[in-house]
Design a protein around this ligand. Structure first.
Ligand code: PLP
Length: 446
C-alpha cells in the first residue's frame, strides 16, 4: 500500500516548496496517515513528535474530534453559500464578531480569505485603496524587511524578503521595497535603515509597512523589546500604515493571543491564517482598524472589486469559531508561554555537552537553536557542511520533526510545537535535540 502511494506521489504530485529532482529520485520520505495530539504516525507505523505543529499551524494539536463534529454539523446544515455583496451567513458573522473582540484595540472589522498569502495580498490592496479614498493615490509602495516571509501570491512573493522566493516570478513587483530586519542588529540600526529607505523612496509614495512580529521562515527572529514601538513611531511620523503579519504568531503561538501584544503595539491592519483553524481547514483574513473601516464606509462609492469565492466560507468559519473556543477554554496562549520558557531552559542546558550551539531563543512556543562553529565569536559553519540539514535528519531519526533555516549561511533549527504540549513532552524534545546535536558534532570534520 505505502509503496504504491510513494510511486503515485512521485508520478503525479508536485509538492510545494520541494526539490523536484529529489522528489523524482526518491519519492516522499514520510507519508503520514494519523495525527494525535503532538504526534504524527506514518504509513510504516512510525510515530514522530510534530515539533513544528506541521507548518506552524496545528495549535490545538492533531486529532481533535470537536472540529470534525462542528464541520460535519455545518456541512449538513449549510456547507457553502456566497458572502459576496448582500449575501451573508451566521458562521462568518459570528466569527467576524469574535475576531473583532479578541483582536487588539481598534481592529474591529474583518475581510476573510482562504490563507495567508491571500490575506497579505488583500492587506496591500486595502492599504492602497485607503490612501486612494483619502486623496493620496500616489501612496502605493509597500516596505517589508529582509528575511521576511509573507507568502507566494503575486504581491506577497514581492513582499517576501528571501530572494530565493523571487526566482519563479523572475523578480519582485514594482512598488515593493525591502529594509533591514533586526537580526543581529540593534533597534537603532534597524530603524535607521528603515528611515533611509523611507527618505530615499519618498514618504508620500509609501502606503504601508508590513512585518511579522517574529520572523518565522527567516529563522525565528525575535526583535529587541523596544523595536516595534520604534517602528510604530516611525510609521506615525511619516503617516505610513502598519500591517502586522500574524499568520504564524496569531492565535496563541507567542504566549499571547496575537504576537504584537507582547510589546503592546497596535497595528492598523493585521493578517491572520494558520492558527485561526489550527490548520483543520484552509482559512485566513485581514482585520482592519476603525479608521480604515470608517474610510471604506464613508468614501467607497462603488463596489469593492475584491473577494475570493471562499471568503467567509461557512464551514471554515464554524471550524474557526470552535478552534478559538478551545484555545480560550484550555488557556493555550498561557500554556505556550510556560512551555516556551521550559523549552528555552532545556536548550540552554544542552550547551554544557556540546560546543556548537550559539544563540538559543523562544517566545511562547516559537523557538530556535543556532548551530555555529565558534559560539564565542558567533562564527558560522561553511555552508557546504550542511550542518542544519544533518541536524534535522538526526532529529528525524530520533523521532522529532522540526525545520532547518539555512538562508544567508545560517544553520538554524526552528521549533513550533502544538500549544497543548506538556512538560514531559517538552523535556523529551530537549533530550532528543541534545542527542541529535551531540551526534552531529561528532560527524563534523570526519
Ligand atoms: N505570512 C507568514 C508569516 C507565513 O509564515 C506564511 C506561511 O508560512 C504566509 C504568510 C503565507 O501563508 P499561506 O501559506 O497560508 O499562503
Amino acid at each position: 500500500m505505502s509503496k504504491n502511494l510513494a510511486e503515485l506521489d512521485q508520478k503525479h504530485f508536485i509538492h510545494p516548496t520541494s526539490s523536484i529532482q529529489q522528489q523524482q529520485q526518491h519519492g516522499p520520505a514520510y507519508i503520514f496517515e494519523k495525527g494525535d495530539g503532538i504526534y504524527l504516525t506514518d504509513t510504516k507505523g512510525d510515530t514522530y513528535i510534530d515539533a513544528m505543529a506541521s507548518l506552524w499551524n496545528v495549535n490545538i494539536g492533531h486529532g481533535r474530534s470537536e472540529l470534525g463534529e462542528v464541520a460535519k454539523e455545518q456541512m449538513e446544515k449549510l456547507a457553502f453559500s456566497s458572502a459576496f455583496s448582500t449575501f451573508s451567513h451566521e458562521p462568518a458573522i459570528l466569527l467576524a464578531e469574535k475576531i473583532a473582540s479578541i483582536a487588539p484595540g481598534s481592529l474591529n472589522a474583518v475581510f476573510f480569505t482562504s490563507g495567508g498569502s491571500e490575506s497579505n495580498d488583500t492587506a496591500f490592496k486595502l492599504a492602497r485603496h485607503y490612501w486612494k479614498l483619502k486623496g493620496e493615490p500616489e501612496r502605493r509602495k509597500i516596505i517589508s524587511r529582509k528575511k521576511a516571509y509573507h507568502g507566494v501570491a503575486a504581491a506577497s512573493t514581492s513582499a517576501t524578503g528571501i530572494p530565493q522566493f523571487w526566482d519563479m516570478a523572475g523578480t519582485f513587483m514594482p512598488d515593493f521595497v525591502h529594509a533591514e530586519t533586526p537580526y543581529e542588529k540593534s533597534t537603532a540600526e534597524a530603524i535607521e535603515s528603515m528611515r533611509q529607505v523611507i527618505e530615499h523612496e519618498g514618504p508620500e509614495t509609501i502606503a504601508a509597512f508590513i512585518a511579522e512580529p517574529v520572523q518565522g521562515a527567516g529563522g525565528v527572529i525575535i526583535p529587541p523589546d523596544d523595536y516595534f514601538q520604534a517602528i510604530r513611531n516611525l510609521c506615525d511620523e511619516y503617516g505610513i500604515l502598519f500591517i502586522a503579519d500574524e499568520i504564524i504568531t496569531g492565535f496563541g503561538r507567542t504566549g499571547k493571543m496575537f504576537g504584537m501584544e507582547n510589546w503592546n503595539v497596535q497595528p492598523d491592519l493585521m493578517t491572520f491564517a494558520k492558527g485561526v483553524t489550527s490548520g483543520y481547514i484552509p482559512f485566513g483574513g485581514v482585520v482592519v482598524s476603525d479608521a480604515i473601516h470608517d474610510m471604506l464606509k464613508e468614501r467607497s462609492t462603488g463596489t469593492l472589486f475584491h473577494g475570493f469565492t471562499y471568503s467567509g466560507h461557512p464551514t471554515a468559519s464554524a471550524v474557526a469559531l470552535k478552534n478559538i473556543e478551545i484555545l480560550e477554554k484550555e488557556n493555550l496562549p498561557a500554556n505556550a508561554q510556560k512551555m516556551g520558557e521550559r523549552l528555552l531552559e532545556g536548550f540552554k542546558k544542552i550547551r554544557n555537552d556540546t560546543q556548537i550551539i550559539g544563540d538559543v531563543r523562544t517566545i511562547g512556543l516559537l523557538g530556535a537553536v543556532e548551530l555555529v562553529k565558534d559560539p564565542a565569536a558567533n562564527e558560522r559553519f561553511p555552508a557546504e557542511l550542511g550542518v542544519a540539514g544533518k541536524a534535522i535528519h538526526a532529529l528525524y531519526d530520533h523521532g522529532v520533526i522540526c525545520r532547518p533555516v539555512t538562508f544567508d549561511n545560517t544553520d538554524i533549527i526552528c521549533f513550533a510545537p502544538p500549544l497543548i504540549i506538556n512538560e514531559e513532552q517538552i523535556d523529551t524534545i530537549v533530550e532528543k535535540v541534545h542527542d541529535a546535536v551531540v551526534a552531529v558534532e561528532k560527524t563534523i570534520g570526519e
